[in-house]
Design a protein around this ligand. Structure first.
Ligand code: KIV
Length: 289
């Protein structure tokens, strides 16, 4: 997507331009340098260092425990593993709710210390002014509406959001306000496909869907879901593109067997000192003499 002489990574204006060009935007989560590099090579436009790391990396039941320090560490890993994609850092619970000042300070850290090019913030309403402030300060912001997992304690579950006419209207108003505030894209998570289509049609900026149907301007998934590595539960909107969990378990158990049977490592997988042969010949000679 990037042009010669331009900024080497995918930029917010380029993501916006995709919508006008009718080119679907593809995002995927990443939490480490190795997966980030593979996903970049596979052609995604942006990588989200999602606070879903709380679930798939840290083993928490929710995203709530993720901290600025843990998210900064993961963001640095993803940035170091890539050179072309836009890296979007997810602002964790507690990093943007307290005040505009604190949000700005935390978002700046993601760009300066994490190497991200943008941040994502869950929610609409009260955050509009904050988003405006971040964008004015030079920080591209991706919005996130619908099922916002950081609200789990208020929502009480991970069901589909904005299912009534009133909630649908409110979501559309929030989306328009986020666009007005300067967001370059908005994630729509787990809302009815017809509502996502309507919102996508009314916005100039792209919508990025997850569990919100095919009419969004782009799609995003959690990488461990797409690869079938996280197989504890499979939401309906996830498609496994490989059976990662099975492959990993199979490979590791083969290695366990090989070690126990003594067939790993082989001679060709082992080292000798370069002059070991000579030394042992010399030792034999000296024993004989
Ligand atoms: O944290 C995350 O991975 C996300 C995506 C699911 C959009 O917010």
């Amino acid at each position: 997507m990037s042009k010669q002489g331009a900024f080497p990574r995918v930029t917010a204006p380029q993501i916006i331009a995709c919508k006008a060009e009718g080119r679907k935007i593809v995002g995927l989560t990443a939490y480490d340098a190795v997966f980030a590099a593979l996903e970049e090579e596979a052609g995604v436009d942006f990588l989200l260092v999602g606070d879903s790391a709380g679930n798939v990396i840290a083993g928490h039941a929710t995203t709530i425990p993720m901290t600025m320090d843990s998210m900064l560490f993961l963001t640095r890993c993803v940035s170091r593993g890539t050179s072309r994609v836009m890296v979007v850092a997810d602002m964790p619970f507690g990093s943007f709710q307290v005040s505009e000042e604190e949000t700005l300070r935390n978002a700046i850290r993601f760009l300066k210390e994490g190497g991200a090019q943008a941040v994502k913030i869950e929610g609409g309403g009260y955050l509009i002014q904050t988003v405006k402030r971040l964008v004015e300060a030079g920080i591209p912001v991706m919005g996130h509406l619908g099922l916002t997992p950081q609200m789990i304690n208020v929502f009480g579950g991970y069901g589909v959001k904005a299912t009534t006419e009133k909630e649908g209207k409110q979501l559309l108003l929030d989306a328009l306000a986020l666009e007005e505030a300067g967001c370059f894209a908005i994630v729509l998570e787990k809302i009815p496909a017809s509502l996502a289509e309507k919102v996508s049609k009314q916005l100039r900026i792209p919508t990025i869907g997850i569990g919100s149907g095919s009419e969004c301007d782009g799609q995003i998934l959690v990488n461990y879901d797409l690869l079938g590595i996280f197989d504890k539960f499979k939401p309906r909107f996830v498609r496994y593109y490989m059976n990662g969990a099975e492959l990993v378990r199979g490979a590791v158990s083969s290695w366990v067997n090989d070690v126990r049977e003594g067939t790993f490592p082989s001679e060709s997988e082992s080292y000798e000192a370069p002059n070991a042969n000579q030394e042992s010949k010399a030792a034999k000679r000296s024993r004989r003499t």
